[in-house]
Design a protein around this ligand. Structure first.
Ligand code: ATP
Ligand code: MG
Length: 334
């Protein structure tokens, strides 16, 4: 039986951080050996925030390097750059004809942008879930490894795919679902008390894969905590719970239980907790950072990976698009 198809991508809007790694990339690395996987660098998506043209290529290059350093194997998966596939914007356009303003305006990420950046509420932001649906549907994926923040976008992708199938009376697209090996989708907290580590929340909020030990120690020392606990067995604030959650990922169970008990009996010292997390993060991330440094100089390898990925991804995308054009009614005069 053919292996199930998987698609996912990350926007080149900054260096990958621990959230991207735990929510998305660790799954990519495992899935590439179990499924037919398409992983990409979402440079079209990054255009919603108008990146400086002089920086765009380097941003893409950096994510490519970081993907490889995390363990993506271009012989096991198809690793490509989104803008190398003209089929994606074509499918996006087709899907847009059946995507409605009302449903797009109700998407949580759009409402959030409307609140935080009312001066740049462009049509690309409004139709972001349609482009994401095109990314997924172009390869007919059933599984999409993403963090918890993407759940609603996946629901939209199912809506748009099902709608297209129904309108053109052909089951072209399967239903894509968010996927994580641990079953529950992951959300890594930020360091400044925010519930989600995110590139756009500023550097102090994130631990990047390229951060040096000194940077990690400094960021952790500034991570937000609380003045309590004031009573035995009180419930940790969001900021402290965030630190415990980080600890669950990078530290041993013994350490976590030590600090959980110390919190419960009010003997916890946040300085020690943060130092411990910093050291464990450094050990956790060092091998990746070393690989990133090695790959920086390997232009030949990067060019080979991109070419190989483009060819494989275009083949799959062209097949799907051919079907879409047929059912829509486009016919050749020749
Ligand atoms: P931006 O702030 O520009 O939106 P981001 O840091 O949220 O950037 P994205 O490029 O939006 O990163 O997300 C890429 C992938 O990483 C998605 O699958 C997303 O679900 C996942 N991801 C991002 N942040 C986290 C997080 N804190 N925890 C778990 N997964 C995350
Ligand atoms: Mg995001």
């Amino acid at each position: 039986m053919a292996k199930e198809i998987v698609v996912s991508g990350i926007r080149p809007t900054g260096n990958l951080h621990l959230g991207n790694y735990m929510g998305a990339v660790t799954n990519f690395v495992k899935m590439q050996y179990d499924y037919t996987c398409y992983f990409f660098i979402a440079d079209y998506h990054s255009l919603t925030t108008h990146p400086n043209p002089a920086d765009l290529h380097n941003n893409v290059r950096q994510v490519l390097i970081e993907y490889l350093a995390c363990g993506l194997n271009p012989d096991a998966c198809t690793l490509y750059i989104q803008s190398d596939l003209p089929q994606i914007p074509e499918l996006y356009m087709m899907l847009n004809m059946h995507a409605y303003k009302g449903e797009l305006e109700r998407v949580a990420s759009f409402k959030e942008k409307a609140r935080t950046q009312p001066d740049n509420l462009n049509a690309g932001l409004l139709t972001y879930p349609v482009l994401m649906a095109a990314d997924i549907l172009i390869h007919k994926a059933g599984k999409v490894p993403v963090g918890k923040d993407q759940e609603q976008h996946l629901e939209m992708a199912r809506t748009f795919g099902n709608r297209f199938n129904r309108i053109y009376e052909k089951e072209i697209f399967p239903e894509p679902y968010a996927f994580n090996y641990g079953n529950n989708l992951i959300k890594i907290p930020g360091l400044q008390g925010g519930s989600k580590m995110s590139k756009s929340d500023g550097d102090a909020n994130v631990i990047s894969l390229i951060n040096t030990p000194e940077q990690i120690r400094k960021k952790m020392s500034k991570a937000v905590t609380e003045t309590g606990p004031l009573m035995v067995d009180s419930i940790p604030s969001e900021a402290v719970q965030n630190l415990f959650n980080l600890m669950k990922i990078v530290s041993t169970d013994e350490k976590l239980s030590h600090y959980t008990k110390a919190y419960a009996n009010c003997s916890i010292r946040y300085g020690d907790l943060k130092k411990d997390i910093a050291e464990d993060l450094i050990n956790f991330l060092s091998p990746i950072r070393e690989k990133i440094t090695l790959l920086q100089a390997d232009n030949k390898l990067l060019a080979k990976v991109v070419k190989q990925g483009r060819e494989k991804a275009q083949e799959s995308a062209a097949n799907t698009l051919k079907e879409c054009r047929e059912v829509i009614g486009f016919k050749s005069f020749l």
